[in-house]
Design a protein around this ligand. Sequence first.
Ligand code: FAD
Length: 310
Amino acid sequence: MPLLRRPLLALARSERVRHTLTTLPVATSMVRQYVAGETTDDAVAATRSLVDDGLAVTIDHLGEDTVEPEQAERTTRVYLDLLDALAAHGLARRAEVSLKLSAVGRTLPRDGYALALENAHRVVEAARAVGTTVTLDMEDHTGVDDTLAILRELRRDHPSTGAVLQAYLHRTEGDARDLAYEGSRVRLCKGAYDEPASVAMRDADEIDRAFVRSLRILMAGQGYPMVATHDPRLIRIASSLASRHGRHQGTYEFQMLHGIRPVEQRRLAEDGETMRVYLPYGTDWYAYLTRRLAERPANLSLFLTSLVSQ
Ligand code: FAD
């Protein structure tokens, strides 16, 4: 694990640092690299430009660990407005949304699970009404059971609701087997949180091998694998596993984060692959950005310089 990864992930949870940094204007160069902007209009404009380049999109309204029901309600309404806006701009066929259940109430002490289920249901219904889908992001390991339980409930009425599995968790191969059924959309990523060794692998090579094991299960299964990585070796392995299992382009997809390896994103799309860009927007960019810096501490000095020189 790179030296700075753990302290940076700890900072992602620091309320004091979050407050100091997020009171600065969003328009620092580093934030702009990863985040589409602050408003729904910004998200729609960025989506339009990606779709015009042949890319598919999943949009995330930034924010997590909601501390009051009113905030969960506001976030739910933002998603409903966003879905309306995507439909109004003719973008719903190429753009879906990604939803963190903690942003719509999951972590609230009283009735958090029920509130998150209800709010997620509203978002999933609205997505279906405009002809698109929702993927439930996966957060730290304490939320995995609840997220998968809510997924099961949502999939009863909305089977296209997507899930995320994190290769670094010891449990994930089992979850991949459970979710590799027909129609099941599963995003596989390495995992972005600072997890204890009791639940997750911490060695990068070990995580890569675990990624490949879960990917094999998903590619061999009946579902729709969504391969979320920027790692060139894993992208090559995904392509060869897809052809080994007789999968045509369009029966699986690649996903990358906005601002990371954009040339590779366009190359995959030009090769005929479905390439979906995860596009975050909103003012609450702090936790998201610190997780990205933890993956690539070399970006940290660039970020600090951009803050000082704005
Ligand atoms: P890495 O080994 O981290 O990176 C491989 C290569 O990609 C690097 O060598 C570098 O060239 C490039 N790269 C990676 N990160 C950066 C960066 N920040 N800046 C510049 N270059 C970089 N995690 C979750 O825990 N839950 C989720 O729901 C979730 N959803 C995701 C959705 C998508 C579409 C993607 C792409 C990732 C998601 N992640 C999620 C994050 C994921 O778990 C990893 O933390 C992240 O993708 C980095 O891992 P990697 O596979 O790209 O491999």
